[in-house]
Write a protein that binds this ligand. Structure first.
Ligand code: NAD
Ligand code: WQD
Length: 368
C-alpha cells in the first residue's frame, strides 16, 4: 500500500535522490524525471540497494511540457510534485544567465502547467537561502527568519526567486478562481511549500550513496574531499578577515538525510493542511566557520588537510545561518545530525567510491 504518489523532478541528482529514498522509505510511490545533465541513473540503483524499491524513471528535459504531461498521464495517481531540477552554479549563472532562466524558470513554468492540466495541486519547491542575498545588511536578521526581505545577488538566485514568485502567483490565482466559483474545498487543494535551504552536505551512512557532481565541484566539502583523496593539493580558504571568532565565514551546513526528511515533512504537511503558499527554512540554526569545517573533516579523515588562506571570494558574506523555528514548529521537523556526522559520512562515501557512481558499489559495504 502506498500513502501517495509523488513526481520528483531532478530526482537523480544529489538532494533529489536522497528525497526519493526518504519518500520510498515512507511508502510513497515515486516517479523521477531528470535529463541526467548533472546526475547518473546509478543513483536510482543505489536507492534500490538501500531500501529495496526503485523509483520509476523518465529521461525528460524540464522545458518539454508535452513530455511532462505524458509522465502525468502514465501515472494518474500522482498527487504531488517536488521540483528540484535546476542548474545551480552561482558563478556559471553569471556567464550564461539565459540558460539558467531557460532551465530554472521556464522549467518551473512547464511543470506548473503540466501539473495543473493533470489536476496536481500540491507543489514542493526546492528554493534556496540564496533568495535572501546578504541578510547581514539588516539588523537582527541572523539567524535568518523567513520574514527577512528577499534580495538575491546573482542570476542563479534571481531564477530561484522568480520561480518562487511564479509558484505564488499561480497558486493564489487558482485559489481565487475556485473561491469565486464558490468552491472553497477546491481552493484549499492548491498549496505550495517554498523550501529554502542553506548548505546541504554529507552522504548516506552506508557509504554507497552520495554527491557525485559532473565536472569540478565548487562547494566547500566536496572540494575538501578532493584534498583528502589527493585530487587537489590544498583547500583555498576564501578570507580569514571576517568578524567571526576565527576570521572565516559562517554557514549553516545541513546533513542531506535531514534535508530529505524536511521535504517529506513538508509534503505530508501540504497533504493534511491548506497553507496556500508558505516558505520554510530547512536549516540547523547552527553556523560553522570554514576553519571549523576543515577541522571536522580532517578529524573524519584522520589527518590534517592542507589549506591556504587567500582573498575573500567576491559575493561572499560573513554569515548565512538560517532560523529553522518555523519548520520545527509547523512541520514537526528538526535536524537530527551534526555537521561532524556529515563529515564522517562524506568521507565514508568518498574513500569507498573514488569514482562516484561510475564504479560498482563496494562489495564489503553492501554485505553489511
Ligand atoms: P543536482 O545538480 O545534483 O540536481 C539537479 C538535478 O536536475 C540533476 O539531477 C540534473 O541532472 C537535473 N536537471 C538539470 N537540468 C535539467 C533539465 N533541463 N531537465 C531535467 N532535469 C534537469 O543539484 P542539487 O544540489 O541536488 O540541487 C537540487 C535543487 O536544490 C536545485 O533546484 C537547487 O537550486 C536547489 N538547492 C541546492 C543547494 C545546494 O547547495 N546543493 C542549496 C539550495 C538549493
Ligand atoms: C561555503 C563557505 C566560502 C570553497 C552556495 C550557494 C548557495 C547554495 C549553497 C544553492 C563559504 C568557503 C568555499 C572554497 C572556501 N546553493 N569556501 N574555499 O557559497 O555558502 O553557498 O551553495 O542554492 O546559493 O551560493 O557555499 O560551499 O561555496 O562555500 O573558503 O574553495 O566555504 O567562502 O564561506 P556557499 P560554498
Amino acid at each position: 500500500m502506498t500513502v501517495g504518489s509523488c513526481l520528483i523532478t531532478g530526482g537523480a541528482g544529489y538532494i533529489g535522490s536522497f528525497t526519493a529514498l526518504a519518500l520510498l522509505e515512507a511508502d510513497y510511490e515515486v516517479i523521477v524525471v531528470d535529463n541526467l545533465y548533472n546526475a547518473s541513473p546509478e543513483a536510482l540503483n543505489r536507492i534500490e540497494l538501500i531500501c529495496g524499491k526503485k523509483p520509476a524513471f523518465y529521461n525528460v528535459d524540464m522545458i518539454d511540457q508535452k513530455a511532462l504531461e505524458d509522465v502525468f498521464s502514465k501515472h494518474p495517481a500522482i498527487d504531488s510534485v517536488i521540483h528540484f531540477a535546476a542548474l545551480k552554479a552561482v558563478g556559471e549563472s553569471g556567464e550564461i544567465p539565459l540558460e539558467y532562466y531557460r532551465v530554472n524558470v521556464q522549467g518551473t513554468l512547464s511543470l506548473l502547467a503540466a501539473a495543473a492540466k493533470n489536476g496536481v495541486t500540491n507543489i514542493v519547491y526546492s528554493s534556496s537561502a540564496t533568495v535572501y542575498g546578504d541578510a547581514t545588511r539588516f539588523p537582527n536578521m541572523i539567524p535568518i527568519p523567513e520574514e527577512c526581505p528577499l534580495g538575491p545577488t546573482n542570476p542563479y538566485g534571481n531564477t530561484k526567486y522568480a520561480s518562487e514568485l511564479m509558484i505564488t502567483d499561480h497558486i493564489n490565482a487558482e485559489r481565487a478562481k475556485a473561491n469565486k466559483a464558490g468552491k472553497s474545498e477546491d481552493a484549499a487543494k492548491w498549496n505550495a511549500a517554498l523550501l529554502r535551504y542553506f548548505n546541504p552536505c554529507g552522504s548516506h551512512p552506508s557509504g554507497i550513496m552520495g554527491e557525485d557532481p559532473a565536472g569540478v565541484p565548487y562547494n566547500l566539502l566536496p572540494l575538501l574531499a578532493q584534498v583528502a583523496t589527493g585530487k587537489r593539493e590544498k583547500l583555498l580558504v576564501f578570507g580569514d578577515d571576517y568578524s567571526s571568532h576565527d576570521g572565516t565565514a559562517i554557514r549553516d551546513y545541513i546533513h542531506i538525510l535531514d534535508l530529505a526528511q524536511g521535504h517529506l515533512a513538508a509534503l505530508n504537511y501540504l497533504r493534511k493542511h491548506s497553507p496556500g503558499v508558505r516558505p520554510w527554512n530547512l536549516s540547523t540554526g547552527r553556523g560553522s566557520t570554514v576553519f571549523e569545517m576543515i577541522e571536522a573533516f580532517s578529524k573524519a579523515v584522520g589527518r590534517d588537510l592542507p589549506y591556504q588562506v587567500v582573498d575573500r571570494r567576491p559575493g561572499d558574506v560573513l554569515d548565512l545561518t538560517g532560523k529553522p523555528t518555523r519548520a520545527n514548529n509547523e512541520l514537526g521537523w528538526k535536524t537530527q545530525r551534526t555537521m561532524e556526522d556529515a563529515c564522517q559520512d562524506l568521507w565514508r562515501w568518498t574513500k569507498n567510491n573514488p569514482e562516484g557512481y561510475r564504479q560498482q558499489p563496494p562489495k564489503d559495504l553492501l554485505d553489511r
